[in-house]
Design a protein. Structure first.
Length: 432
């Protein structure tokens, strides 16, 4: 019996040693490679956090907040749309405390004047907001309009929408007579002991903030002062967001139910994207953030209690994030493949130079954001406000695609273009 125990303990010790060696190899690889990737893609600052067995095991921030200001390990990032799952966790906590009903019509407390009288308003619920089934566009200004409208009947399909989360914010504030930032802080953040997750205020420790940069690595002349928004612009640190991910994994049953299918093995739950059918019965919570000079991503694996958080302060950060995830997570390549997989097959074709050249120019969204389109070989190079600098290849005389991502650009006529993500229109721009 004693011999068997010794053999078992020796085997376990060996397994632990191998696992630790693998983890050390991953970290050494990231320490070596990330600075090179930052130089390649002109991203000044990258923060990485690794979670192992439900604990924050490694946090490292690389580069500069801005020129001449090295990034500390408690760097503050604007996390853009990673705000959404944090707000979702707040709402789920209110439901647990029996202070909120996930399926009560939001119209009981608030109705946006733009859609007053529309029968669809009575169908809006918190569940539909958190799983992106409201029928709203991402932003009311996306297609040149400034009024909120429905693109489809609520609850009938998936449609990513920041407007939905803002609608929920206004409803919560009408019900509780308190601003969202107060609710978030008192109900979720303070109980978790998170001091670096907050909306903008004059008390923000600005010397720790990672300023925003474009695809060439140049500082955006943009104020870091932002308003409270349920879909965007929360500020956090790598360690804080890792702790939020651990909280989500420890309460995984509350978020793991697929509410709507997006494509393949990719679904939306309450606040989180859900990646299913991973090896060993694993699944993943995920959410990214994308804004001017901001690219972030978090992936959490509830079964193994492992995860990763990556934050950057550059428009090209997405390319670095993908490389880090593939290196750090065993299933990283598969997870990204499921998330980025297009439902359609894109085949590169050759186009006459004069056709490609005819699309070159400056395009503007009605909110003032600019996209520059340039002729680049047998394709186009795009750059601009909040856009990665990327090469897209032609698949028809009017449509171009970004290799490895479900993103397409279509030139509908001589003066306008449409941007698609996951096969859905997300933006329309007109030639200046």
């Amino acid at each position: 019996m004693k011999t068997k125990l010794i053999i078992f303990l020796a085997a376990m010790f060996g397994l632990i040693t191998i696992t630790k060696a693998q983890q050390d190899t991953v970290r050494l690889g990231l320490l070596r490679d990330i600075p090179h990737w930052m130089a390649e893609y002109h991203v000044p600052c990258v923060g990485v956090g690794l979670i192992e067995n439900g604990r924050v095991k490694w946090v490292n921030n690389f580069g500069n907040l801005q020129d001449g200001h090295p990034a500390p390990n408690n760097t503050l990032f604007n996390i853009a749309s990673q705000t959404k799952p944090v707000v979702a966790m707040l709402v789920v906590k209110l439901v647990q405390d029996r202070k909120w009903d996930m399926d009560e019509p939001l119209s009981h407390y608030w109705i946006d004047p733009d859609i007053a009288g529309n029968p669809f308003t009575s169908k809006l619920t918190t569940r539909l907001v958190l799983s992106h089934q409201t029928g709203f566009p991402n932003w009311r200004s996306d297609n040149g309009e400034n009024k909120l409208h429905f693109n489809f009947e609520p609850g009938t399909k998936f449609g990513y929408s920041g407007e939905g989360f803002e609608y929920l914010r206004k409803t919560l504030e009408a019900k509780f007579h308190k601003p969202l930032n107060f609710l978030l802080d008192s109900v979720l953040l303070k109980p978790l002991g998170l001091e670096d997750t907050q909306y903008w205020s004059e008390n923000l420790d600005k010397p720790r903030f990672a300023m925003w940069h474009n695809g060439q690595g140049n500082l955006y002349p943009t104020s870091i002062q932002t308003s409270v928004n349920a879909a965007d612009d929360l500020i956090s640190s790598i360690e804080d967001y890792c702790k939020l991910g651990i909280y989500a994994m420890n309460n995984a049953s509350l978020y793991a139910k697929p509410e709507v299918k997006v494509k393949g093995n990719y679904f939306r739950g309450l606040g989180w994207g859900l990646v299913q059918n991973l090896p060993d019965g694993e699944y993943a919570f995920e959410h990214g953030g994308s804004d001017i000079g901001v690219r972030t991503m978090a992936i959490f694996l509830p079964k193994s209690k492992n995860g990763i958080v990556v934050m950057t302060n550059g428009d090209n950060g997405m390319f670095i994030i993908d490389r880090i995830i593939k290196c750090a997570l065993v299933a990283g390549n598969q997870i990204l493949g499921i998330m980025n997989k297009t439902e359609n097959t894109h085949k590169r074709i050759m186009l006459p130079e004069n056709i490609i050249q005819s699309y070159a120019g400056i395009y503007e969204q009605n909110n003032g954001k600019i996209m520059k389109v340039e002729h680049e070989g047998n394709g186009i190079k795009v750059s601009g406000d909040g856009l990665p600098t990327a090469i897209l290849s032609p698949e028809s005389t009017t449509k171009f695609f970004l290799e490895g991502y479900d993103v397409q650009l279509e030139f509908t006529d001589a003066s306008s273009l449409i941007v698609y993500e996951n096969g859905k229109q997300v933006m329309k721009m007109n030639r200046k």
